[in-house]
Write a protein that binds this ligand. Structure first.
Ligand code: AMP
Length: 578
């Protein structure tokens, strides 16, 4: 197969962090490389903020504003993908797609700067648990960023590809556990001679590392309340600072048994600030995480059961996602899966690396041609039916047509029957979910079949569901005795932009003023310094103030060498007092 021109990158669009990776054309081993952003970091925070100069910031400089200007910082928008939620920033309103598009744009700019070539396409990953609407919204985000992404793949599948490529000659059954910032995905897979087959997936779309940070912050807030008699959670600025400190403490507790948090002048109420110091042990943290840890068990059991596998049959337990670095998570998983998990790849990079492998496959990279991936439907898809209970008919039951775990692309047909004599119409309502009652599942669309022949009850209607690799659904209804077929394509679901809205959003995106990429390290350094300045007092504060003033002066002077020197000095000072 020939290689096409232009780079196709793999993008892990995460809740807290995103990454971009590429397999360089011509690399004989097809090793995915994770690309550094303008700050020289591999992880770009999935954060958008409005800078002081009125321009938008994406990534680290935006993240650094979270404590000083929480009202101007937007994060965790991935959780709202596929919904109608919007956020307001600087007088404009933004959808989850638009905010995600800004992150994708930033990653693509980093890839182009690092590789010196235009990026023409992307493979973007989504949690296995993303439903159709969320997958379509993700594809729209890429379109808005000006980068077509016609392959949207599951994060665990991508991780499997990253691992599969490294283990081509081994045959194994594995479970991939991905605890990222906002989602937990469990995937059971089989790798045989380069073919990675996803056998089952389950998860919790609202459980992630952020919840562990927040649980820790709440524990600390209770201690602060005991000591100072004030509820810091009621004070947005104080709560934002405590959350940030808890995030840092959580990471430190992955390495050490005990850590100390210093929060000078923590706002605890109107006109009330206190110097707060707390010591937290790993054991304290692990105790407060028990309810969260309990929530990881269920999806693991469900995925193993759906995949028809017992823990003793597993050859590998693979961990991906930054939050799997928590020792208590590893301990819990080792007990559940009856074996120590392996982490051959950096846990936060595996998904992006797998997406890059998929991108290489798409562009026809010779070394990955043999690698085939199959995916499974994340939810059951079906229709609402009436059930006979004795002589009564009860409505609102769910009849799955294409079941969760079916390897996709797939097409399944089921025959339904009219329930009333002389019935001349039939409402087909399409749902996704696992509950026996449709009201507990999500409605995706409906179609009313009219002008049926007025015949006795029991007339057949065949309903065929065709589900493609990107999670798009086509519903075909066939009335055999009328030789008639109707088609419903599930397109417009909540949170999806119509073609006109997409065009308008694209035009609006072109109008937005972003901070220039080469000035991002400067903005980041200043924002990080500002955030620390709030926390410091006394001499450290004035030393930092001086370094900040020197840096601002250098920025005004516009001499690159002087700016670089003053920035290095400022970052050194920030690191020293952090
Ligand atoms: P991801 O989206 O996969 O990058 O995961 C990000 C999540 O991993 C965040 O909630 C981080 O707090 C968490 N995380 C990253 N590094 C560590 C660490 N060393 N210990 C505990 N959690 C971590």
């Amino acid at each position: 197969m020939a290689e096409r021109a232009g780079l196709i990158v793999g993008i892990d669009l995460g809740t807290t962090f995103s990454l971009v990776s590429v397999v360089l054309p011509g690399d004989p081993k097809a090793v995915p490389m994770v690309i550094d952003n303008a700050m020289g970091e591999k992880l770009t925070p999935s954060v958008v903020a409005l800078g002081e100069d009125g321009r938008l910031l994406v990534g680290a400089p935006a993240q650094a504003m979270a404590t000083t200007h929480p009202d101007r910082v937007l994060r965790c928008f991935k959780r709202e993908m596929g919904t109608d939620k919007t956020w307001t920033l600087g007088g404009s309103s933004f959808t989850p797609q638009e905010l995600s598009a800004m992150v994708i744009k930033a990653l693509v700019a980093d890839a182009e700067a690092a590789l010196g070539q235009p990026v023409t396409e992307a493979v973007v990953t989504v949690p296995a648990y993303f439903a159709g609407a969320q997958r379509r919204a993700t594809r729209q985000a890429a379109e808005l960023a000006g980068i077509p992404a016609d392959r949207i793949i599951n994060e665990p599948t991508a991780a499997a590809m990253a691992y599969g490529l490294h283990n081509l000659d081994k045959e194994q059954r594995a479970v991939v556990l991905d605890l990222g910032g906002g989602t937990f995905d469990v995937t059971v897979l089989e790798i045989i001679e380069g073919v990675v087959e996803v056998q089952a997936s389950a998860g919790d779309a609202r459980l992630g590392g952020e919840d562990f940070s927040e649980a820790l912050a709440r524990l600390l807030a209770r201690r602060i309340a005991k000591e100072h008699g004030r509820d810091v959670t009621a004070h947005p600025h104080g709560w934002a600072r405590l959350l940030e400190a808890s995030e840092r403490a959580k990471r430190r507790l992955s390495e050490v048994e005990e850590t100390r948090l210093a929060l000078p002048r923590l706002p605890l109420g109107p006109h009330m600030e206190r110097d707060v110091e707390l010591v937290i042990t790993r054991a304290d943290a692990e105790a407060c995480w028990q309810p969260l840890l309990a929530r990881i068990r269920d999806p693991i059991w469900r995925a193993l059961r759906d995949g028809g596998i017992t823990p003793s049959e597993l050859d590998e337990v693979l961990l991906v996602g930054g939050a799997t670095r928590m020792p208590v998570f590893v301990k819990e998983v080792a007990a559940l899966c009856q074996r120590m998990p392996s982490r051959n790849l950096p846990p936060d990079e595996a998904v992006a690396m797998g997406a890059a492998v998929q991108a290489a496959l798409k562009r026809g990279h010779a070394a990955v041609e043999d690698l085939v991936v199959t995916d499974v439907a994340p939810f059951s898809l079906g229709v609402a039916v009436v059930q006979a209970v004795g002589r009564q008919h009860l409505a609102g039951f769910f009849a799955p047509v294409l079941e969760r775990g079916t390897v996709i692309p797939a097409s399944r047909v089921k025959t339904f029957h009219t329930v009333n004599d002389g019935q001349d119409r039939l409402l087909i309502q399409v749902f996704e979910g696992e509950h026996s009652l449709v009201r507990e599942n999500r409605e995706l669309g409906q179609f009313e079949l009219l002008q049926l022949d007025r015949a006795p009850a029991g007339q057949p209607v065949q309903v065929r569901f065709t589900y493609d690799l990107n999670g798009l659904l086509e519903v075909e209804m066939h009335v055999p005795h009328q030789q008639r077929t109707e088609i419903l394509i599930i397109e417009r679901t909540p949170g999806q932009l119509s073609p006109e809205e997409l065009e308008r959003a694209r035009a609006a995106m072109a109008e937005l003023k972003f901070h220039p990429r080469d000035a991002l390290p400067n903005a980041t350094a200043l924002n990080r310094a500002e955030a620390l300045y709030v926390e410091l007092t006394g001499t450290p504060r004035s030393i930092l103030g001086e370094a900040m003033a020197a840096f601002r002066l250098a920025l005004e002077g516009q001499v690159d060498a002087e700016i670089d020197q003053a920035r290095a000095m400022l970052l050194h000072t920030v690191a020293h007092f952090s």
